[in-house]
Design a protein around this ligand. Structure first.
Ligand SMILES: [Zn+2]
Ligand SMILES: [Zn+2]
Length: 184
């Protein structure tokens, strides 16, 4: 996405094209990992912190960016207006963030809302677990398929690693009012 496209998206969203807005979008585009306002402010030092916060708010209202709570901190990324819809897997140990998308999941969310007579407008889905490194898997030793099967086996709640982590502070950060159960 080049600057011309970003300018166009801002205008279409009814926002004035300003340097802080262009810079924020470019910065979020540069790095796929969701970033906190403090991190963005530390990178974009040419703008006052208040301007960063104000513009994040304006951009989020128009869905050009979106935010979610990851590890107790609100983090921003490009919104569905600018990048294809997706979700994140977060490693509860090292904080690594990986994107994924699932058309099947999206359909099921719509169906779940419809079953309760709701028209789904938005949703938040975040998966938490241990990345390949933190779950101790060897790098590129087996085929991708057997690796992901191994990951699933390792992440069963009954797994000793998971049992141990339940008792550590950094495990399962509280990210909202509806904290998902640890048990399947
Ligand atoms: Zn990790
Ligand atoms: Zn989704």
């Amino acid at each position: 996405m080049n600057e011309q496209t970003i300018r166009q998206k801002l205008t279409e969203s009814g926002l004035r094209v300003t340097y802080p807005r262009l810079a924020l979008i470019a910065e979020l585009q540069r790095n796929e990992t969701p970033r906190s306002a403090a991190e963005l402010s530390a990178t974009l030092t040419q703008f006052p912190r208040s301007s960063i916060y104000r513009n994040l708010e304006a951009l989020e209202e128009t869905n050009l960016i979106k935010s979610s709570m990851l590890k107790w901190v609100r983090r921003y990324e490009l919104g569905d207006e600018l990048v294809p819809h997706h979700h994140h897997l977060t490693c509860t140990q090292c904080g690594a963030v990986t994107q994924f998308d699932s058309p099947k999941l999206e359909r099921q969310l719509v169906n779940a809302a419809q079953a309760k007579n709701y028209q789904l407008l938005s949703h938040v889905v975040e998966l938490r677990g241990l990345c390949r490194i933190c779950s101790g898997q060897p790098i590129a030793s087996a085929s991708m398929l057997s690796q992901s099967i191994n990951t699933m086996k390792r992440l069963r709640p009954a797994d000793p690693i998971m049992e141990k982590l339940k008792h550590e502070d950094h495990y399962l950060p509280f990210t909202g009012e509806d904290e998902p159960s640890e048990k399947p």
